[in-house]
Write a protein that binds this ligand. Sequence first.
Ligand code: HEM
Length: 527
Amino acid sequence: MSVHRGVLDLLRFYSPCHILAVIGAGLGAIVLIWITNLLVRHAWYSHRLSCFSKPPTHSWLLGHLGQMQSAEEGLLQVEELVRTYKHSCSWFFGPFYHLVRIFHPDFAKTLLMAPGSITVKDELVYGHLRPWLGESLLISSGDKWSRKRSLLTPAFHFNILKNYTVTFNTATNIMHEKWQREILSGKNNIELFGDVTLMTLDSLLKCAFSYNSDCQESHCEYVSAIVELSDLIMDRRLKMLHHWDWFYWKTQQGQRFKRALGVVHEYTRDVVQKRRDLIRQQVKSGVSMATQRRKDFVDLILSAQDEDGRGLSDEEILAEANTFMFAGHDTTASAICWTLYNLARHSHYQEQCREEVVELLRERDGQEIKWGDLSSLPFTTMCIKESLRLHSPVQAVTRKYTQDMTLPGNRIVPKGVICLVSIYGTHHNPIVWSNPQEFDPMRFDPNNRAARSSSDFIPFSAGPRNCIGQKFALAELRVVIALTLLRFRLSPGVNPEAVTTRVRRLPQLVLRAEGGLWLQVHPLQPK
Ligand code: HEM
C-alpha cells in the first residue's frame, strides 16, 4: 500500500520523462562501472601475465577469442604453440577470461603437485557437469573434496580391483562374440568406438552396481541417456550462448539434457535406495553383505566412513556413482580404441604383444586373463602406455589456485587465473620426447624411463587430484587388449563414408576420431 502511495507521489512531482531519464542514468552508471571494472581487471591481468609469451592476437581487447580451433586442426594448433613457445604461453578471451597454457613437465609439475587445499576446478570447464554429477569428487574443492577423496580411495584398492578382472573378461567376451557373428556374416571392417564404448559401460555397470544391463546386445535406456549426456555436454561447451543457464535450459538441447538427466538420476537413485534397504535387512537378520556376493562400488561407498564415523549422504552417494560412470567409461573406451588402432598400424609390435599373451596362457584351459597375469604382460603394457602418450584420452585439465603460483623462471601465475595444463602438448613436446609423433613403445622400457621426469607422462593427470580410477582403467585395458590380440589379427580399416583414408582425430570430452575408428579384424585359430 505504502509503495503504491510512494509511486503516486513520485508521479505527482515528476513527469514520466524525468523518471525514465533518472532510471536510464542509473542503469548507464551501473553498466559504466561494470565496463570500467572489467577493463581495469583486464589491464591488471595483462600486466601480471606479461612474464608469459603471448601469441599474436586479433585485438588488444578481444585477444584470442575465436582463435581456439577444434577437431584435428585444434591439435595441430597446440603442436605449433608447443614448437614456438616450448613451455607455456598466455591467452585471453576478451576481457573476461585470462589463462595460462602449459606444455612442459617442469611447469605442469608445480601446478599439478600443489596441495589439494589450494586447488580449485574452474566453472568455465567443469560447471556444466554439475547438474549431472553434483558436488562430486571430480568437481568439488577444498575440505569437501579431501574428505571424499579419503572416503573413496579404499574402493580402488587392489584387493577390491582384482575381483573386477572376471567382469572385464566377461564384457570383452560378449564384444568378441558380436565381432565373430559379424565376421561370419561377411563383415570384417568394424567401427571400434561404438562397440568398445558399450563394452566399457557394460563392465562399469557391473562393477559399480552389479547391474547386468545387456547393453552390448540390446537397447538400454540408461546407457543411451549417458551417451546422450556426454554428447550434449560437448555440444554445450562449443556454443558460447549455451554457457548461460537461463538460456540453455530453454533450448532444444537443454530440454534433451534435462530428459536424459531424469533417466540417469532416477536409475541411480533407485539402485542406491534398494541397496540401502537390502543392507538394513541384512543387518537386522545378522547376515553380512560381503558373504552374500562380491562387493561393488555402491556397497563400498555406502559403507565408507571417516574417523568420526560419518558416511556419505544419499545425495553424495548418487553424485559419486554418477561420477564413476561419467569419468570411467568414455576415457577407458578411448584408450582401448587408440591402442588397438596403433597396434593395427604397427604389425610387428602387434605380433610381439600377441606372442606375450600366447606364452602367458600356454598350457592353460580356457582364455581368461586373471589379476595375477597383469604383471606378466610387460610389452603389452608398454604399448598401452605409448598409446596413452600419443593419443591421450583426456587432452587437458584446467585448474585455478587460491594463491599466486610461482613457475620456473620466476614466472608468477596470479591467483584466480585459469591454468590449462595441456596433456596433449606435454606428450607432444619435442624437447621432452624425441620424434613425438612416432609410436615407439620402447620409450616405456623401464631401462629407458629411469632418467625421465614424473610429469612428462600424465594421461591420468598427476598430484593430489590425479585420476582415482587409473589402476582400474589400466587393468581393464590390459585384459581387453590381451584377449583381442589372442583372438584377432588387426589391420587398418576403411570408413565407408569417408573420402580419404586418413584418420582425423576429434578432441571432444575424450579423444575420438571423425566418423569413428575402423579396423579390419581377422579371427585367429586358438594355438
Ligand atoms: C584410460 C582411462 C582414464 C583416463 C585417461 C582418465 C583420466 C583422468 C584425468 C586426466 C583426470 C583428472 C581430471 C581433472 O583434473 O580435471 C581424472 C580424474 C578422475 N577420474 Fe579418471 N581417467 C580414466 C579412467 C577412470 C575410471 C575407470 C574411473 C572410475 C571408475 C575414473 C574416475 C575419475 C575420478 C573420480 C576423477 C576425479 C579425481 C579427483 O579429482 O580427485 N577415471 N581422470
